[in-house]
Design a protein around this ligand. Structure first.
Ligand code: PMP
Length: 296
């Protein structure tokens, strides 16, 4: 995957620069210790023009993630949102994935950095987990203990756990992993939240050991509009056996249905599930289709 070419422009600390001509410091604290924060955002070409879906919420989370892990955040989110639209424009991107990253200056001691940088780049990216139903396995890796890290921060270092889980799943022939928490309750995927359908309702794990995603919050909003009951509930592996369907959701993955989890195969036709209804409505919502709730 080529993320940029010689023409690509990115945003770095108030400047728009050619990606191929920018450099980073090899002594940086984020590079050495995984002490940085990032976001994953999507832009869509809508009939109202190019729209960054929930831009404010994403940049607000970027700030909150920094605050949670003590990285000084002195950036103006309005300016960062303007910069995001400019990046899309100068790179002629329409349906794009946007990656803001906050990273720290050289500091080899385990203390706050003196200087913090922000960069924003973007590239064309299709559905992160593809468009087919997923073959999922329960990971041998658990999500981090919330007493060890701030799980609600989208911190770079946390993604070592995600990479371990996805790599293990793919090496075993699965499409993606589902991780449990330290109590062996269901938590989330390496880069997406989890929902299951049972008896006309949707259930998802409560905050505690998950990154409570912006897409997850959107599923609650859609459920409210469509009259689909959506609940937070502690879920165990046993709940999978009695579920009718399941899906992952996240900015990169959007809404993606699950075919099987270990040896449990969901027999329902995906298009008849609540997840499929949420999936169609989500697509209409991000594309700003009018009356999106009924165009399903
Ligand atoms: N959990 C994890 C671990 C993630 O990396 C992501 C992707 N940001 C999500 C959940 C979904 O979050 P969002 O819907 O805000 O993209």
């Amino acid at each position: 995957m080529q993320y940029y070419n010689s023409e690509t422009v990115l945003y770095l600390n108030g400047k728009f620069l050619k990606a191929a001509e920018t450099q980073t410091d090899l002594y940086g604290q984020s590079l050495h210790y995984g002490y940085g924060v990032f976001e994953g955002i999507r832009a869509y070409q809508t009939h109202n023009g190019i729209r960054v879906f929930k831009a404010k919420e994403h940049f607000e989370r970027l700030k909150q993630s920094c605050e949670l892990i003590n990285i000084p955040y002195e950036f103006d989110n309005e300016q960062l949102i303007d910069a995001t639209y400019k990046i899309l424009e100068v790179n002629h991107l329409k349906n794009a994935y946007i990656r803001p990253l906050v990273f720290c200056s050289p500091n080899m001691s385990l203390t706050r950095p003196a200087e913090v940088s922000v960069m924003i780049c973007a590239w064309d990216w299709g559905a992160y987990l593809g468009n087919n139903l997923l073959k999922v396995c329960i990971s041998s890796f658990q999500r981090p203990n919330p007493k060890s890290v701030k799980v609600e921060a989208k911190a770079t270092g946390h993604y070592v756990n995600s990479i371990l889980a996805t790599t293990e799943a793919k090496d075993k022939g699965y499409d993606e992993a589902l991780l449990l928490d330290m109590h062996e309750n269901i938590a989330e995927a390496p880069g997406a939240n989890f929902f299951l359908e049972k008896d006309g309702c949707l259930f998802t794990p409560p905050p505690g050991s998950i990154l409570p995603g912006i897409t997850r919050a959107t599923v609650f909003e859609i459920g409210q509009i469509l009259g689909i009951p959506v609940f937070e509930k502690t879920l165990t592996v046993a709940d999978i056996q009695t579920a009718q369907s399941a899906f992952f959701c996240g900015t990169a993955a959007e809404i993606v249905g699950i075919k099987s989890i270990d040896d449990k195969v969901f027999v329902a036709d995906w298009k008849d599930t609540l997840g499929a209804t949420i999936q169609r409505t989500y697509k209409n919502l991000v594309l700003e289709k009018e009356n999106y709730e009924v165009i399903i």
